[in-house]
Design a protein around this ligand. Structure first.
Ligand code: THU
Length: 159
């Protein structure tokens, strides 16, 4: 038997410690939560993707009465970004979430399906995609999606 030790580096920042570019991206993710359609969970999520060409694409979670038909903010945003700009890598994806009581204290943890889609985006453009997860008490910076999804499945497994 041997053990495989997988480590991930996550940096935690306060908002004023972020670069101006990151502050603007996090603010865009927070602002767009107001466009969320979340009548069922009342959990409004926003995401903002900074592309290599400087364009910022934002998106939100969109729910549905047939629950599984809804989609998370991260996937809305990345799919739209990749649809509009298929040749532009994503430098950074910021995510924020709030309940009716306000923005959540802990950094929003993306669901497994979104991590898988984020990973595909990173692989597709062959460079690390940074992720900024906003919480009122701190912001997590993950410097590569690979750190969010160890032992991940990708196309290489099918070769
Ligand atoms: N949700 C997101 O949009 N992103 C996440 O990272 C976690 C969950 C959405 C899905 C659903 O509309 C609501 O939040 C509650 O799960």
């Amino acid at each position: 038997m041997k053990s495989i030790n997988i480590t991930a580096i996550i940096n935690e920042y306060q908002f004023d410690e972020l670069s101006k570019e990151d502050q603007e991206l996090v603010s865009a993710a927070k602002d767009i939560t107001s466009n969320s359609y979340a009548p069922f969970s009342k959990f409004s999520v926003g995401a903002a993707a900074l592309l290599d060409n400087g364009v910022v694409i934002t998106g939100t979670n969109q729910e549905n009465a047939a629950y599984p038909s809804g989609i998370c903010a991260e996937r809305t945003t990345l799919f739209y970004a990749n649809s509009q700009y298929p040749n532009q890598g994503v430098k950074t994806l910021a995510v924020a979430a709030r309940t009716e009581a306000g923005f959540i204290d802990m950094p929003i943890p993306p669901c497994g399906a979104c991590r898988q889609v984020m990973l595909e985006t990173e692989k597709r453009y062959k460079k690390p995609m940074r992720v900024l997860l906003y919480g009122e008490n701190g912001i997590y910076e993950i410097r590569s999606v690979a750190d969010l999804l160890p032992l991940s499945f990708d196309a290489s497994a099918m070769e």
